[in-house]
Write a protein that binds this ligand. Structure first.
Ligand code: G1P
Length: 291
């Protein structure tokens, strides 16, 4: 069983400024839910029960959202607001073991993951990035844990990363991999390059924010050089590959929505609005009037 998921949510959210000056990007509403809740739902539906948030100054509201607010509950109870109470309780009950650690100075994704080392301990764990939502029949992380368990029987301390084909003009937004296809949806990764220029990209297969790591990754994150003031997770992965630990890429089944920029966030809003029958009507009516 893989039980622990690390959610690095310490970033400043500069791609969504100015709103992120006062609201953590993870709490921006996608319809009536904060965007991070969609990710938490995927993690829980994949069988995880321990969520470790790597936060920073000013990000405590993310934890509060999933914690119990007794004052609000008594207020709703006294006024017989049963439906609202149920809505609040449903969120508060989602995460069984909720913990957090602070990344006091922003030093990149690799450093944020390393902050979770003590809480993770000696077991394989997931890293899930809150910007990337995946809408799929089988939750993306569940697809991955099933493959990971199979891989761990035949490989020594394997890791698994979710991949997606992207257009060549988008490779500079993501980590891009080079590798050898060993099954229809599985690749043995040889090289990872962080945000390459299109002419330098080894492929158009991008890393999305879903990883399952053996805890050996922490040893490699500790020895990293800083690149532009940051410790890159991608460099830790490359160091692990170079030492002979197998890292696999998995072409997941589902639709990925990158909410880390305004255009992607808007697309995700439309995607989920179209899945809701009443909002779909609102959107259709609105579009028929403007076009
Ligand atoms: C991070 C990773 C990158 C990955 C991306 C997925 O980049 O460094 O390798 O492709 O997440 O969303 P960031 O979006 O934090 O710049």
């Amino acid at each position: 069983m893989i039980r622990k998921a690390v959610l690095p949510v310490a970033g400043l959210g500069t791609r969504m400024l100015p709103v992120t000056k006062v609201i953590p990007k993870e709490l921006l509403p996608l319809l009536n839910r904060p965007v991070i809740e969609y990710v938490v739902d995927e993690i829980i539906a994949s069988g995880f029960d321990s969520l470790i948030f790597v936060i920073s100054y000013g990000k405590e509201a993310i934890l509060d959202y999933f914690d119990i607010d007794s004052g609000l509950k008594s207020f709703l109870k006294e006024r017989n607001k049963e439906a609202l109470l149920k809505l609040v309780e449903e969120v508060e009950e989602k995460i069984k073991y909720l913990s957090s650690v602070r990344q006091k100075i922003p030093q990149g994704l690799g450093h944020a993951v390393l902050m979770a080392e003590r809480l993770v301990g000696q077991e394989p764990f997931a890293v899930v990035l809150g910007d990337d939502l995946v809408d799929s029949d089988v939750p993306c992380l569940k697809q991955m844990t099933e493959i990971y368990l199979r891989l761990s029987v035949r490989s020594n301390k394997p890791s698994l990363i979710a991949l997606e084909e992207v257009p060549l003009e988008d490779v500079s937004k993501y980590g891009i991999i080079d590798g050898e296809r060993i099954e229809e949806d599985l690749i043995l990764i040889k090289r990872v390059v962080e945000k390459p220029a299109p002419e330098e990209a080894p492929s158009t297969l991008s890393i999305i924010g879903r990883y399952i790591f053996d805890p050996i990754i922490f040893e490699f994150l500790k020895g990293l050089p800083k690149v532009s003031g940051e410790y890159q997770l991608t460099d830790g992965i490359q160091a692990m590959i170079d030492e002979g630990y197998p890292v696999y890429g998995y072409l997941f089944k589902g639709k990925r929505l990158d909410t880390g920029n305004l255009k992607g966030f808007f697309e995700a809003t439309l995607h989920y609005a179209l899945k809701d029958s009443s909002l779909r009507e609102v959107l259709r009516n609105f579009c028929s009037k403007v076009s």
